[in-house]
Design a protein around this ligand. Sequence first.
Ligand SMILES: C[S@@+](CC[C@H](N)C(=O)[O-])C[C@H]1O[C@@H](n2cnc3c(N)ncnc32)[C@H](O)[C@@H]1O
Length: 353
Amino acid sequence: MVHYSELFLSAGRCEIPSSTAVVPLPEARARPESKRRARLKVGTRGAQRVEQSGQREIAHTPVLLKEVTSFLVSQRDTCIVDVTVGLGGHAEALLQADMTLELLGIDRDEEALSVARERLAPFGKRVRLVHGTFRELPQLLQQAGWEYVDGIFADLGVSSLQLDRGARGMSFRLDAPLDMRMDQHHGMTAAEWLASATEEEMADVFWQLGEERSSRRIARHLVRRRGLKPFETTTDLAHEVASAVGQATHRRQRIHPATRVFQALRIFLNDELGELAALLETAPKLLRPRGHMVVISYHSLEDRLVKRCFRSLDRCGFQLPVRRVVRPSDEEVVENPRARSAKLRVLERGDVR
Ligand SMILES: C[S@@+](CC[C@H](N)C(=O)[O-])C[C@H]1O[C@@H](n2cnc3c(N)ncnc32)[C@H](O)[C@@H]1O
């Protein structure tokens, strides 16, 4: 069932544009004093988390911000839907760039939505935030009373909050329960899936979604190990994947041997490619004439789907204002290493619907 938690935010003034804003994380206030002292900066897709004097905060630097704004902000009353509103970084910049723009922000992660709510509160009724997924986009637009929109924006992948919050279990850098769901109220956790999948299913997921060459060896090792003790934590899984891959292969790799397995599990458990395919199927039809759909992807499986879809629509009532993929500048990558794999593509609806 769709959980539609719509929030009309209270009226307020827009502030001076700033691409890096610091917003408080809601649950941080309850943390014990002893854990509050450390000041840490964690690189997350353009985000820094700063822990300081009792307030844990996120400073989020959205990727390809100028490019996104230039494609989505036009000089007319504009309705934009940001289907991956996350921590509200891109949304904030769009709202600041055009004082008449209205934005519907969607995310499947309740925790991210509550951060976005606080961050975007100064924009009042120009912003509505709803919980939902790409698949639900047509219904969510209808419920918002919008038939067509001028812009659709998707910044795929995971947010800094999901990656760097230990409890989400998406990264092996932090010891945490093996969850990995973007929406913590729906679907199977990684621990549950690893306890029930067959060896073949595991190998297929690791190979198809992680392009992991040792997929079969890893799957065999994990099935043998779970017979002795179920997988419960990220570090336990990462350790077992590393043992399956072995020392020799481990040394030849530039990345941690569990990187691809973790990526594959996350994409699989959140059905990221199925969700993206559903978005690409419905979203272009929801654009007004001259409206733009902008998608930023972070790995080749996603970008391939976007590229194919946009090319197939070219000259069929749509056009590609930029034929090639847009990449971040060297300066942006130096400032924000997580931008390095970003690829932005744009689709424009033709004049006649
Ligand atoms: C890279 S983050 C977006 C960050 C955002 N642009 C910002 O500047 O703060 C991606 C967000 O998309 C959300 N997301 C991913 N897949 C989704 C889906 N199928 N439906 C709804 N939200 C999704 C994630 O929960 C995450 O919060």
